[in-house]
Design a protein around this ligand. Structure first.
Ligand code: NAD
Ligand code: IPM
Ligand code: MN
Length: 374
């Protein structure tokens, strides 16, 4: 019997609530499909930080290396200044394991209310570059020496004294460097092309903003053009502002959307809103080493611990994880159980986020019960 060691990071706020349900559903799928899971739980997040001052030690990253995959809830807490935990835990993990693909499928689901008028379905995957752009952590305040090493394990970029910025010393300022490398754009474009092929699509859309941010997104367009033509996939260039407008008006007809890091973050929340809620939007952070699976949403401190959190995004993230572990039947079973739950259970038993009355754990129980009956 196959055993998978899975690293579990419930994190903060509703992260804990939804991960409990994802774990329950994975356990159910494991017993139905004849494999087992050994959970290795990591305590990192606000509570741990406030109690110990520790954010995410290197030994923990090394221990994660022993896992087949990571399943994460959400990181972030109003008692801690923004960025400390998000950068120190979530982004650190993405960069450390060089998880260069952030895959964010957006699907419309049966009986889920959406703001769309036309009633047509959405079946889009955002392929978000996950290791570059404004996220590399090269930020500078007022007259600090501009000299820094980007916090990434592989590939590692060193920027030393390459920039000098002359600003009136009496003026407070901040600067943040965004990075695009040929290698970074090539590998994510190649991934998007392969995904398009698997979906039997011949085109990908690239969201940039080269009309305003010329060098950064100019390089993106140049490399993406080269790479897609090598791969025999056609490339449609759009400005991300116009793309958001079009998606809000009529998202049908879109398939694979390739985005630099920050635009991918924003476009995926827009699509979550258009498909019915953040509580339904899963994601996968994929690299050549350890991969991490987590909902698109955050720790939602406004509803943490109230039973209002929708765990379906975490459950669907676990389905992506099972697919990655090549437990394809179990992965499909989890996804189909979510679909069946939304299709067949009365509205009242749906998550509160979707207009129902079910608590977080009742939603997990419902999905698990469908898997058991399959
Ligand atoms: P958020 O995604 O936590 O919440 C946005 C809104 O959506 C809130 O009203 C929330 O109640 C609602 N919501 C989110 N998930 C839901 C769910 N599963 N069910 C029902 N409602 C849900 O975004 P935010 O409020 O901007 O951020 C809160 C904290 O989370 C911040 O600290 C932020 O940095 C962090 N964050 C972490 C991640 C992550 O760990 N991957 C992602 C986004 C935000
Ligand atoms: C996400 C989140 C993170 C991001 C934050 C918490 C750093 O918004 O996973 O979408 O910007 O990537
Ligand atoms: Mn986000």
């Amino acid at each position: 019997k196959m055993t998978y060691r899975i690293g579990l990071l419930p994190g903060d706020g509703i992260g804990k609530d939804v991960i409990t349900e994802a774990r329950k559903v994975v356990e159910t799928a494991a017993s139905s499909f004849g494999f087992s899971v050994e959970w290795r739980e990591f305590p990192y997040g606000a509570e741990h930080y406030l109690n110990t001052g520790e954010i995410l030690p290197d030994e923990a990253l090394e221990e994660m290396q022993q896992c087949c995959a990571l399943l994460q809830g959400a990181i972030g807490d109003p008692r801690v200044p923004p960025g400390v935990l998000e950068r120190g835990i979530l982004l650190k993990t993405r960069f450390y394991f060089d998880q260069y693909v952030n895959l964010r499928p957006a699907l419309t689901y049966p009986n889920v209310p959406t703001p769309l008028k036309r009633g047509e379905g959405i079946d889009i995957v955002v392929v978000r570059e996950n290791t570059e752009d404004l996220y590399v952590g090269l930020g500078f305040l007022s007259n600090e020496e501009i000299e820094a090493t980007v916090d990434m394990k592989r590939p590692s970029y060193t920027l030393k004294g390459a920039l000098s910025l002359k600003v009136d010393p009496s003026m407070k300022f901040a600067a943040q460097l965004a990075l695009a490398t040929e290698m970074g754009v090539r590998r994510i474009t190649r991934y998007a092309c392969n995904l398009a092929r698997r979906r039997k699509a011949s085109e990908i859309v690239l969201a940039t903003k080269s009309n305003a941010v010329k060098e950064l997104y100019g390089l993106w367009e140049e490399i993406a053009k080269e790479e897609t033509s090598k791969e025999g996939i056609s490339l449609k260039l759009v400005n991300v502002d116009a793309l958001c407008y079009q998606l809000a008006r009529d998202p049908s007809g879109y398939g694979v959307i390739l985005c630099p890091n920050l635009f991918g973050d924003i476009v995926s929340d827009l699509l979550a809103g258009l498909t019915g809620g953040l509580g339904l939007s899963p994601s996968a952070n994929i690299g050549d080493g350890l991969s991490m699976f987590e909902p698109v949403h955050g720790s939602a401190p406004d509803i943490a611990g109230t039973g209002r959190a929708n765990p379906l995004a975490a459950i669907l993230s676990a389905s992506l994880m099972l697919e990655h572990l090549t437990q394809v039947e179990a992965s499909e079973a989890v996804k189909n159980a979510v679909l069946e739950y939304l299709r067949a259970f009365p509205r009242q038993r749906h998550p509160m986020e979707l207009g129902g009355e079910a608590t977080t754990s009742e939603v997990g129980d419902s999905v698990a019960s469908i898997i058991q009956r399959m």
